[in-house]
Design a protein around this ligand. Sequence first.
Ligand SMILES: *Cc1c(COP(=O)(O)O)cnc(C)c1O
Length: 378
Amino acid sequence: MCNIASERVLMQVPILDLKAQYATYKDEAIQAISEVCESQLFALGPAVAELEEKIAAYCGCKYAIGVSSGTDALLVSLMALEMKPDDEVITTPFTFFSTASSIARLGAKPVFVDVDTGSYNIDPSRIEEKITEKTRVIIPVHLFGQVAQMKPIVGIAKRYNLAVIEDAAQAIGAMQDGIKCGNFGDLGCFSFYPSKNLGGFGDGGLVTTNSETLTEKVKILHDHGQAPQYFYKTIGGNFRLDSIQAAVLTVKLKYLDRWNEKRRQNAAFYDNIFANSPVKVPKIDSNNVSNYYQYTVTVPERDQLQKYLAENKIGSAIFYPKPLHLQDCFSELSYKEGDFPVAERLCKEVLSLPVYPELTTNQIEYVAKTILKFYGID
Ligand SMILES: *Cc1c(COP(=O)(O)O)cnc(C)c1O
């Protein structure tokens, strides 16, 4: 009895609440889907062209090509750069799987560089020592919504004649030196996976670029490599974005800045509350504006804290529990424990807290207070 009563008064805070967000734009989304249905133009239709134009304008870049997922955005970008077996691509081991799997799927070799303790992003000062005559590309990841330090990265790429692909899957709307991500590299890769800051009703992604040549290549490759139809210049894939997804995303794009701002306010609230606690808050570089895809703290007693939060009906998540260089599927690369100490420690200490825009004041206060209570702070 007692248990049931106390459970009832316990507030529930999930790590993400997409239903709460859906309620705010539902009618418009259904209308937009209905219009696509009436047109019956489901593949490469006007809805996709409209989204591409609006995202290019939003990011402040010349071209945008809708694709089937963030993973396929990375894959098709590497294909556009004509990756060959044995080419080397420098990236971070502390990221989602796709960043490295897309490299390996083309027969190229992921070469990892450790991350920076504060930003969790690739450490530019460690890149140069990994460059060989086989290096072709650098893929910085804008992890948790914070842009990697692009000035030094692009500087190194220029000096060694390397291409740069931004993995901006988590970072739509995030800025560095007043410029939105997706503009710093040769290509920018975005994801519309439902949990991302701009999420579709299924899978979707997009490639940005300021290069006309690369735009042509990505366009041809994302539709089997045909140009014109049924005449194949190269072997591409079916990496097209669905019109229904595009229509929903065009509706949601109008709200993105508001949602990102709300996430920043929530992050500032946590930053403030955790200032004099053992909780290490995410460090945003002074030239960056994060979109806080995740609000990720580090604590040595991470697993106990996560358990305590779960007992108090608070959702949290571990991004990521194992660095990519230690994954079974990359054992051929012969990395070992100790190769990237910062990434390895982060995998043991990171915890992402609810930061989604629809969190109520009561909910966020409850999360913060519960964490302080865990540390015996009132
Ligand atoms: C989500 C994500 C991807 C892949 O995007 P999908 O749309 O899920 O394929 C790639 N890289 C990073 C860093 C991501 O977070």
